[in-house]
Design a protein around this ligand. Structure first.
Ligand code: LFR
Length: 475
């Protein structure tokens, strides 16, 4: 009998980060949370930034804690890093940061967003397969270069956040494919950068290296004695790519994927991208899988709406019991007469989410909820409708019929949201009790280490013994 394999997943989200220890034994994966910490962008003047030094400190703390959890004599075989998409650092060859690390909700991209919508959006969509959205790296870098042109004298490399943490861990600078595919700068038909997009946004092509596929071994961890023997593996660096990899989908197809957290990402896996006017109108993002296939998806805002509304009420549920009480109260309310349009740009980074929601309702002459349970009901029902619309658009564009919606992420624990999605879509929603992003991250490491043959085999093992709950559509 072979001994267990220990692996660490560094999984950074916009509102919280985790370092998870994975133990692989007898074809079963067990996860132990070694470290969890809050994350938030900070406002300095009129801009927003990530606290990148704090994030690195937390990553190191988490990896030390993961190593400390191992049985005596055991070693961490490998570590992989995934984060949210689009955000990046600019460096020189010596690895020094030459520009502050902006957060994707910074309003600095608004002018570029409007300009591209007016001229060039079809061409850029045709070249990159990524719609015009405020968080795109393309718009961010275009603003950086236009407003601070001296940056082109200082920076020699652009690394996305997972690439940067891989570099801090291993000393090797590489651009990984999945996170590169969130940028609106990658050629949708190949594996290299899009000249059309780089020229359009006036971004130096020399900032990027040829994108590498998931599974590449980058070298041993340097600088952390506890992990001196640990291999750094470039896993799918984009958290959503990891979450999709962790979906125990039926091999014959027919499943739509929903990764539900700060954002709701509704999509599926496909050998080819979805392009053309209907895909552009539905804002389909043709992001890539670790191995280079496509995961066309639509971003339906997500539980950011609820998280931010809670901040306005200052009564965020603290315990699972509080959560249950809030959801129960929301379930008992009558269905809202009018749902929200989650694509309202006012929901991007409002000072008060409650005020932004109220403003939309008032514009539509609808009553505003009186309490947090009312907002919770309204938000979950509206997201459910948004998920169903995305599903219907995909069916129309592909001629496919999706038989189930598989759901992972924080939202999969929210029964109101799961049920609202099943009701609106008219198909069962299967929610998995699974840290999807960390599981996908570890899956890629297992395949790279040849402990598992391939992703399909991993999904089969994962599906056995996984806790799941099915929500059937109700009227
Ligand atoms: C989710 C996510 C989404 C991306 C958004 C911004 O964490 O990675 O996929 O659209 O963050 O990068």
């Amino acid at each position: 009998m072979s001994s267990p394999l220990y692996l660490a997943a560094v999984d950074l989200g916009a509102t919280s980060g985790r370092v998870i220890l994975g133990t692989w034994a007898k074809h079963r994966l067990t996860l132990t949370e070694a470290h969890r910490f809050p994350n938030a962008y900070r406002e300095l003047g009129t801009h927003t930034y990530w606290e990148i030094g704090t994030l690195w400190h937390e990553v190191q703390t988490g990896l030390r804690k993961a190593a400390a959890l191992l049985p005596r004599g055991a070693k961490l075989a490998s570590v992989g890093v995934d984060t949210w998409g689009c955000d990046h650092v600019l460096l020189n060859d010596a690895g020094r940061l030459v520009f502050p690390v902006h957060a994707y909700r910074d309003t600095r991209t608004q002018a570029g967003l409007a300009a591209l919508a007016k001229r060039g959006v079809e061409r850029i969509y045709g070249a990159t397969g990524i719609p015009n959205v405020f968080y795109n790296t393309s718009l961010q870098l275009a603003e950086t270069v236009a407003r601070c042109p001296a940056v082109t004298d200082l920076a020699t490399r652009c690394l996305f956040l997972p690439d940067y943490f891989n570099y801090l861990l291993s000393g090797r600078m590489e651009n990984e494919l999945t996170v590169a595919s969130t940028s609106q700068l990658l050629d949708v038909h190949g594996f290299d950068w899009s000249r059309t997009a780089l020229e359009h946004f006036r971004i130096p092509p020399s900032w990027f290296g040829p994108p590498v596929r998931a599974g590449l071994k980058l070298g041993k961890v340097t600088g952390l004695v506890e992990l001196a023997a640990t291999q750094v593996i470039a896993v799918p660096g984009h958290d959503t790519a990891c979450a999709y990899d962790a979906m125990p989908a039926a091999p014959e197809g027919g499943d739509l994927f929903l990764s539900s957290g700060t954002w709701s990402l509704v999509g599926f896996e496909n050998p080819t991208p979805l392009l053309g006017a209907p895909a552009l109108a539905a804002k389909v993002a043709n992001e890539r899988t670790g191995l280079g296939a496509y995961r066309p998806l639509t971003n339906v805002v997500g539980l950011f709406l609820l998280e931010q509304t809670m901040a306005d009420f200052r009564e965020r549920p603290q315990t699972p019991r509080d959560w249950d009480a809030l959801i129960t109260a929301a379930e008992k309310l009558p269905a809202p007469a009018r749902l929200l349009d989650p694509s309202d740009p006012a929901f991007t980074a409002p000072k008060s989410m409650r005020a932004a929601i109220d403003a939309q309702l008032k514009r539509n002459r609808a009553a505003t909820p009186k309490h947090l349970a009312g907002y919770t009901r309204l938000i979950c029902d509206s997201l459910g409708r948004g998920h169903a619309t995305a599903a219907a658009n995909f069916e129309q564009m592909t001629g496919r019929k999706f038989r189930r919606i598989l759901m992972v992420g924080g939202g999969s624990k929210n029964r109101l949201l799961c049920q609202a999605t099943a009701n609106a879509a008219g198909v069962p929603v299967v929610s998995f009790n699974l840290e999807g992003t960390a599981v996908g991250n570890i899956a890629s490491q297992l395949v790279a280490l040849r402990a598992v043959k391939d992703l399909a085999t991993f999904r089969r093992h994962l599906g056995e013994g996984l806790q799941q709950k099915t929500y059937r559509p109700r009227d």
